[in-house]
Write a protein that binds this ligand. Structure first.
Ligand SMILES: C[S@@+](CC[C@H](N)C(=O)[O-])C[C@H]1O[C@@H](n2cnc3c(N)ncnc32)[C@H](O)[C@@H]1O
Length: 426
């Protein structure tokens, strides 16, 4: 098999695994690309990711040419080829030939190859004008409806447009000096203190990797720890810590950190990250809902980065809209509320709590705050803590700080996060 075809075949495997078995790309990509050369691996992953971003539009383009839906594998061959042609700007003849070869290798190969050839020739004959004229891919209804209710159509369409662009690579400097790191890497210092690279270089080849001078962390994901503003020597609990991006920020600020996570395997990632960056934290594998600190000693500050739908990270995980639905949402929001209550219980009087989720959904963010304040009379909102360098006033609402993928659109966007700052009365 030629190199180009092998990468496309791997991209097809990835798509089938994601869409049929509803597995994330992180699980679908490695087995599909094993055996390919590094450049072809990257090509296959990129092609599958782009196809997932543009799936909705590819289906709209195909609709007039299909009298009935073809088998899923064939439909994915068609989607892949259209995205290659109209998004990745591949020469149409090469993409069509490859698609025909892929179809021929599957069940009812001869008939399917004929179908793919006919459909793609007709679809590509219509040219990029028709592709461009089709509606942009929309979020699934379960996710779109609550966002429409909160922000209206214009904002939701801006979020959907932002999801079509892959995220840039953001780094957090260990010493907090974004300007110096940006100069060292030839990158951009962001106003909130992160450093942004527009391409995706090999991380281990970047200056400062081996000495742990930085770690990968989206600019929005770096905000919760900045809001917590840990001081040297403070006892800080990171209640849902793995893989440790925020733990490292807290440790780099000089706090005495306890990083807790339910998953021992994920906690190993925290240990690796701390080892590379030369930072320190106590590590605890436990369920935050039942864990008691030794001697009952409460913390000066607690950070809760609760498990959530992760819908704020669709730019990096374009498979999410296709593999998730609303079914687990009730379970997740109940867990988030309990984790927030637990954080309040583990904070000393006068101490601080930051609650955050990487979700776009108000149910996993803003909606928690009024109910948490009603359940915990000792808690108050601490809106002053949200007033940080680079945070624009429009991002701050009554309940907390909200970031969205369409913010900073001209420099590559940011993840969607909700961040609330709370204080426990003394
Ligand atoms: C959003 S991730 C945390 C990301 C992390 N704070 C960072 O910045 O790298 C949520 C984490 O919560 C953990 N988790 C889920 N339920 C938990 C529980 N009951 N107790 C402690 N950790 C929990 C998950 O294992 C997962 O690692």
């Amino acid at each position: 098999m030629s190199k180009g075809l092998a990468a496309r075949a791997a991209a097809l495997d990835i798509l089938v695994t994601v869409l049929e078995r509803r597995l994330p790309l992180s699980e679908a990509v490695p087995p599909a690309v094993a055996g390919l050369e590094p450049a072809e691996r990257a090509r296959a992953a990129r092609l599958a990711g782009e196809t997932l971003r543009w799936l909705d539009r590819a289906d709209r383009m195909l609709k007039p040419f299909l009298s009935r839906p073809p088998p899923l594998r064939v439909r994915n061959v068609l989607r892949l080829a259209l995205v290659e042609i109209f998004v990745a700007q591949a020469p149409p003849h090469a993409a069509v030939d490859a698609a025909v070869s892929l179809a021929r290798r599957g069940p009812r190969g001869k008939a399917m190859a004929g179908l793919v050839n006919a459909v793609l020739r007709r679809a590509t004959a219509e040219g990029p004008e028709r592709w461009e004229a089709l509606a942009l891919p929309r979020l699934p209804k379960w996710l779109r409806a609550p966002l429409l209710k909160r922000w209206g159509r214009e904002v939701v369409e801006a979020i959907e447009a932002a999801h079509l662009r892959p995220a840039p690579l953001d780094l957090t400097p260990r010493d907090g000096d974004a300007q110096a790191l940006a100069e060292r890497l030839g990158a951009m210092a962001l106003p909130t203190g992160s450093v942004r690279l527009q391409d995706s270089p090999q991380l281990s080849a970047l200056p400062g990797y081996a000495e742990g001078a930085w770690w990968v962390q989206d600019a929005a994901a770096a905000l919760p720890a900045r809001v917590l503003a840990a001081k040297p020597g403070e006892r800080v609990l990171d209640l849902c810590a793995a893989p440790g991006g925020k733990t490292m920020q807290l440790a780099a600020a000089g706090a005495q950190v306890t990083a807790l996570d339910l998953s021992p395997e994920r906690l190993e990632r925290v240990a690796e990250n701390l080892a590379r960056t030369g930072l320190q934290s106590e590590l605890v594998a436990a369920d935050a809902l039942v864990w008691e600190p030794p001697g009952g000693a409460l913390f000066d500050a607690v950070l809760v980065d609760a498990p959530c739908s992760a819908t704020g990270t669709i730019r990096r995980h374009p498979e999410l809209p296709h593999i998730r639905d609303a079914r687990r949402l009730g379970e997740l929001t109940a867990l988030q509320a309990r984790l927030l209550d637990r954080a309040a219980a583990l904070t000393r009087p006068g101490g601080r709590i930051v609650f955050c989720t990487c979700s776009l959904l108000p149910a996993e963010g803003e909606d928690h705050i009024a109910t948490a304040l009603a359940r915990n009379p000792a808690l108050q909102l601490d809106s002053v803590a949200l007033d940080l360098p680079g945070v624009e006033p429009g991002w701050i609402g009554a309940e907390g700080l909200r970031t969205r993928p369409d913010y900073w659109g001209e420099i590559g966007g940011m993840d969607g996060f909700f961040i609330a700052a709370l204080r426990k009365s003394a």
